[in-house]
Design a protein around this ligand. Sequence first.
Ligand code: NI
Ligand code: MN
Length: 227
Amino acid sequence: MKVSFHGHSVVKIETGGKVILIDPFINGNENCDLNANEVRADVILLTHGHNDHVGDTVSIAKRNDALVVAPNELAVYLSFKGLNTHPMHIGGSHTFDFGTVKFTQAFHGSSYVEEDNQNIVYTGMPGGILFKAEGKTVYHAGDTGLFSDLKLIGQLNDIDLAFLPIGDNFTMGPEDAVLAAEWIQAKQVVPIHYNTFPVIEQDPESFVSQLKPGVGKIMNPGDAIEL
Ligand code: NI
Ligand code: MN
C-alpha cells in the first residue's frame, strides 16, 4: 500500500490497483501538488462536508466515475449533484473491493457552503476514517478536537499510520495532538491541517519533536510512505 500526502488534509492511498483520495481539496489549496483536472481516483472518501475537505470532489468524481463514500447526509447531498455515492455513518464499517472503511467520531461541525447563493447545507456528523487493506490500518482523524475515546480507537485498532490535525483554531492544536498521538498508539503519526491559512499556522517540527522517538513524520506535499 502506498500512502501519500498532498497538503491540508488530502491523502491518497494506492492499493490493489485502485486509487483512493481522502478529502480532495485541491483548487484553493496552495499547498497541494495535485491537479484536479488530471488526478485519478477510483474512490473518494470524505470525512465531513466542509468546503476545505469536499474540495474538488464533484468534478473529480464525475471525470473518473469514482465512488464517493461519505457520512449519510453528505452522501445524499452529493448524490443530488449526480455522484455515485455510498452513505455510511459513525461506528459503521463496510468492506469494499478496495478495502474496509470504518467511520469514527470527530468533534467538529459538518456543512457545505454554497458561496453563490450564500446557502449553508447541513451535512450530518463529521467523522474520522479508519481504512484497512493489505493487513495495514491507516487512520485519518478528519477535523476534530481532542476526545478521550481516541484511547479506545487506539485499543481496538493496530494503527500503522495516522494523520492528525495540528492547526488549532478549527481542530486540535499541537499540544492536544501530542496527547492524541499517545492515545491512538499509531506506529507513525503525520501532522495535517496546518499552514494552509494564516489562522492555522504551526511548526510541524516542534510537534514531531514532542512525540515518542521515531513516531512523528512530516510529509511534504507529494511525499509517500510504503506500508
Ligand atoms: Ni472542517
Ligand atoms: Mn478543515
